[in-house]
Design a binder for this molecule. Structure first.
Ligand code: FES
Length: 174
């Protein structure tokens, strides 16, 4: 038993010596430092990429769900707050109008009592399809492309479309 233990101890010491000859303390610390640095840099890189990745939670700047087609009555204008646009429904279909005034960029409210968009900044007026009917705005309200999938209205707010005039082809049939 003692012989066996002694043999095991000497074998263990021999192994330690072998290990020490393979890698010095300095090399071990260097490798440990390099590994820690690599992990730290990796984590920083992942955090940086997450930070830079565009956040799109269905808000302005990406695809925005506006609602079901049936929720938009004919001849109505509904504000979609998260997307910063209005859905105007005509007898022919839908238009997604950016709320940004084409004069100097104020948010333009739809004024139900007036039946028009009325910019509070300098008084530009726009009708239900976004045409200028008064004030200094140089062109109609910009629009966004609409996609209708399974009765759901989706608006791509990453692609505003400037227009010089209203044209019925701008309406998405619904
Ligand atoms: S910003 Fe709307 S009228 Fe000037």
């Amino acid at each position: 038993m003692n012989l066996e233990t002694t043999h095991q101890k000497s074998s263990l010491n021999a192994n330690r010596r072998d290990w020490r000859t393979l890698i010095s303390r300095r090399e071990f610390l260097g490798a440990a430092f390099a590994s820690s640095l690599a992990v730290l840099l990796g984590q920083s890189l992942v955090a940086l990429l997450n930070f830079l990745k565009p956040v799109n939670k269905g808000g302005f700047g990406g695809m925005v769900y506006a609602g079901k087609v049936d929720e938009f009555a004919v001849n109505s204008v509904n504000r979609i707050l998260t997307g910063r646009f209005y859905i105007a429904r005509t007898e022919d279909g839908l238009l997604a109008l950016w709320q940004r005034c084409t004069h100097l960029g104020c948010a333009v409210p739809w004024v139900e009592e007036e039946g028009q968009f009325h910019c509070p900044c300098h008084g530009s007026l726009f009708n239900t399809v976004g045409e200028v009917i008064g004030g200094p705005a140089p062109r109609p309200l910009d629009i966004f492309p609409i996609t209708i999938k399974s009765g759901e209205v989706w608006v791509d707010t990453s692609k505003p479309i400037e227009r010089s005039a209203f044209d019925p082809s701008q309406i998405t049939g619904a």
